[in-house]
Design a protein around this ligand. Structure first.
Ligand code: E4P
Length: 227
């Protein structure tokens, strides 16, 4: 399963990438605005941090197909041709997904709330489809179920499109999809941190250290004890 950070806080991105096996960064207009920095300044810095070996997903703002395509070209020129262009699944969005995919642009269809929205985006040529798991849950439906049903449909129809499950608010939402083998997940830093944080782990490590030091001396580690 690929794991993405859904954020544009470059300090946090550097910190998380130090210890988590991160495959890329996803952003959206709200996330960029939250950075309170000029959009291309922050996106360039993210590209610098992750290089071209990891994925960067950037969303367009224009609501009309022609505008989306123009924005996509500008984003690609500034951040590199390998940048994924996020297009929301509106009627104009579907037109833009098809046109950009035909040009060979990598498109991530976003703001997906139902299996058929995803299916049609994949049919139009999207490389990724991003169902918003928590937002679907909040609407009273089953967000994880929708993500899995999309994966099933894409597999049955053999579309070369991956599910990039998004909009997570807790670890269990991610764990359930991980157990089911979902291809990709993007989550904000606090949710990613919570995946590995457990105070009892720290208590165990403290106890190991205390017991070892009591037996072999203050500051003893496997580097200081005799061979
Ligand atoms: C997807 O790529 C979006 O950036 C994001 O996951 C939306 O999540 P939200 O529901 O937390 O805004």
């Amino acid at each position: 399963m690929k794991l993405y950070i859904d954020d544009a806080d470059t300090k946090k991105i550097r910190e998380l990438m130090n210890y988590l096996p991160i495959d890329g960064i996803t952003t959206n207009p709200t996330i960029i605005a939250r950075s309170a920095r000029p959009p291309f300044e922050v996106l360039r810095e993210i590209r610098e941090i992750i290089g071209h070996g990891r994925d960067l997903h950037v969303e367009v703002l224009r609501r009309d197909c022609e505008g989306m395509i123009e924005e996509a070209h500008r984003i690609l020129r500034i951040l590199g041709d390998d940048t994924y262009i996020k297009i929301p699944v509106t009627p104009d969005g579907y037109r833009a997904i098809r046109a950009l995919s035909e040009e060979g642009v990598r498109v991530t269809a976003t703001a997906i709330l139902s299996p058929m929205q995803a299916f049609l985006a994949a049919k139009a040529g999207a490389s990724f489809v991003a169902p918003y798991v928590n937002r679907i849950d909040e609407m009273g439906y089953d967000g994880e179920g929708v993500a899995l049903s999309i994966r099933e449909m894409l597999a049955v129809h053999e579309y070369p499109c991956e599910v990039l499950a998004a909009s997570f608010k807790n670890s269990m939402q991610i764990q359930s999809l991980c157990e089911e083998g979902i291809e990709c997940v993007t989550a904000p830093p606090d949710v990613l941190e919570a995946l590995i944080f457990n105070p009892s782990t720290d208590v165990s490590v403290d106890r190991f250290e205390q017991n070892f030091r009591r037996a072999y001396g203050e500051d003893a580690t496997m580097l200081t004890v005799p061979e």
